[in-house]
Write a protein that binds this ligand. Structure first.
Ligand code: NAD
Ligand code: AHE
Ligand code: ZN
Length: 377
C-alpha cells in the first residue's frame, strides 16, 4: 500500500512529507493506522544527527497511538479494530531479560530494531523509486500507517482519545515510571528535577503522585516554571540567574535544615540529556543515600563524570529507559489512570499540528514554546 509519512532524508535537514510504499505485515507483525503522534526530544536528537544509532533515510516518531488494520500470520493477541500504542521497548515475555523480572529491557528484537529493520532483517517502508527507508525505534509513528511486531504493541481501551494517549507511548510513562519504578520514591521525600520539558513535567507529576514533599525544578527557561508549578513543583531554580552560587549549592541550600546541615535531595532526575547537568543532579543528591536517575539521552561521544568520592559517600547513579515500564503490561494501566483522572495529560499537549506542519513542531521545541506538540492524522 501507499501511505503518507514525514521522512528524515538526511541528518540535520527538515523532514519531508511524502507518499511512501509500505509492505503488509509479515509473520508476527501488525499493520497499524497511526491516529496521533507526539514529538519527543529523542526524535529531534536523531533528526539532528547527534544519535550514534541514527540512520537515514528513516521515518522517525515513537510516541503514537492508532488502530490495528491487519495482522500477519501467527498473531494471536491482536485483531483488526483494536486500539494500540506502539512500544519502542517491546515485551516478549519469553527472553532472558523479560523472564528475569529485573528489567523492562526486552532483548527479543533489540538487534534489528537498532539497525532500523524489522525482526526478519528487512524494512517494510520504501520510497516510490524503491529506495528502502529505515524504521525508527521499531515504531516509525511519523507515518499514517506503520508495521510493528506484535510484541511491540500494547492493546488499550477503545474509549481513550488518541491525541492524548499517544503521549503515554513515551513521555508520560518515562517520567512517571522513572519516579515509581526506577527511583521508588517514598512519601515525604525531597527531589530535584532538571529539565521541565515533556519528560521533566511527568517526573514532577510522578513525584506528586508518590507523595514527595519538596519538588525542586531546574530549567534555564523561566517560562517552564508556571506549568511545572501546576503539576506539583514547589521550588524553582534557574541556573543562569544564580549569582555567586552553583546549582548544586542552591539546591543544597533549599534542602538544609537544622537537623540536616548537609542538605541534598533524596532523589534527583536528569531530563535534559546534558552530561554536566547529569553531574549536578548526582552531586545535589544527599550524602549517604541520594539516588540520581538519568533519563536524558546524551549525544554521540558524550560521557558522564564525577569524583568517585560522590559514590563512595553513598550516592547512587541510575538510569531508566521508558521509565522501567513493561509496555504490554503497564501501558494499558497508564491509559486507565488517565481515563480515571489519576494522571493529567491534556494541559501538557500545548500544540496540535497536521503532518504537513511537523517541522514547525521541532521549531517550537527549540524555541522552548511547547511541552508536547502532537500531530493528528
Ligand atoms: P524537552 O525539549 O521538552 O525538554 C528539555 C528541557 O530541558 C527544556 O525545558 C530545556 O529548557 C531544559 N534544559 C535544556 N538544557 C538545560 C540545562 N543545561 N539546564 C537546565 N535545563 C535545561 O525534551 P523532552 O522531550 O522532555 O526530553 C528530555 C530528555 O529526555 C531528552 O534528552 C530525551 O531524549 C530524553 N528522553 C529519554 C527517555 C528515556 O527513556 N530515557 C524517554 C524520553 C525522552
Ligand atoms: N540511540 C541512542 C540511545 C537512545 C536511547 O537511550 N533511547 C532510550 C529511549 S529514548 C525515548 O525517547 C531507550 O529506551 N534506550 C534503550 C534502548 O535499548 O535503546 C544511542 O545513544 O545510541
Ligand atoms: Zn521519547
Amino acid at each position: 500500500m501507499r501511505t503518507r509519512a514525514a521522512v528524515a532524508l538526511e541528518a540535520g535537514k527538515p523532514l519531508e512529507v511524502m507518499e511512501v510504499n509500505l509492505e503488509g505485515p509479515k509473520k508476527g507483525e501488525v499493520l497499524v493506522e497511526i491516529k496521533a503522534t507526539g514529538l519527543c526530544h529523542t526524535d529531534e536528537f536523531t533528526r539532528s544527527g547527534a544519535d550514534p544509532e541514527g540512520l537515514f533515510p528513516s521515518i522517525l516518531g515513537h510516541e503514537g497511538a492508532g488502530v490495528v488494520m491487519e495482522v500477519g500470520e501467527g498473531v494471536t493477541t491482536l485483531k483488526p479494530g483494536d486500539h494500540v500504542i506502539p512500544l519502542y521497548t517491546p515485551e516478549c515475555r519469553e527472553c532472558h531479560s523479560c523472564l528475569s523480572g529485573k528489567t523492562n529491557l526486552c532483548t527479543a528484537i533489540r538487534g534489528t530494531q537498532g539497525q532500523g529493520l524489522m525482526p526478519d532483517g528487512t524494512t517494510r517502508f520504501s520510497m516510490l523509486d524503491g529506495t528502502p527507508i529505515y524504521h525508527y525505534m521499531g515504531c516509525s509513528t511519523f507515518a499514517n500507517h506503520t508495521v510493528l511486531p506484535e510484541i511491540a504493541l500494547a492493546k488499550v481501551r477503545d474509549d481513550a482519545p488518541f491525541d492524548k494517549i499517544c503521549y503515554i507511548g513515551c513521555g508520560v510513562t518515562t517520567g512517571i515510571g522513572a519516579v515509581i519504578n526506577t527511583a521508588g520514591v517514598e512519601i515525604g521525600s525531597t527531589a530535584a528535577v532538571f529539565g521541565l520539558g515533556g519528560i521533566g513535567l511527568n517526573v514532577i507529576q510522578g513525584l506528586r503522585m508518590a507523595g514527595a514533599d519538596k519538588i525542586i525544578g531546574v530549567d534555564l527557561n523561566d517560562d517552564k516554571a508556571e506549568m511545572a508549578k501546576k503539576f506539583g513543583m514547589t521550588h524553582f531554580v534557574n541556573p543562569s540567574k544564580l549569582e555567586g552560587q552553583s546549582t548544586v549549592e542552591a539546591i543544597v541550600e533549599l534542602t538544609k535544615t537544622e537537623k540536616d546541615p548537609f542538605g541534598g535531595v533524596d532523589y534527583s532526575f536528569d531530563a535534559t540529556g546534558n552530561v554536566q547537568v547529569m553531574r549536578d543532579a548526582l552531586e545535589c543528591s544527599h550524602r549517604g543515600w541520594g539516588v540520581s536517575v538519568i533519563i536524558g539521552v546524551a549525544p554521540a561521544g558524550a560521557e558522564i563524570s564525577t569524583r568517585p568520592f560522590q559514590l563512595v559517600t553513598g550516592r547512587v547513579w541510575k538510569g531508566t529507559a521508558f521509565g522501567g515500564a513493561k509496555g504490554r503490561t503497564d501501558v494499558p494501566q497508564f491509559v486507565d489512570w488517565y481515563m480515571d483522572g489519576k494522571i493529567e495529560i491534556d494541559e501538557m499537549i500545548t500544540h496540535k499540528l497536521t503532518l504537513d506542519e511537523i517541522n514547525h513542531g521541532f521549531d517550537l521545541m527549540h524555541e522552548g514554546k511547547s511541552i508536547r506538540a502532537v500531530v493528528e492524522f
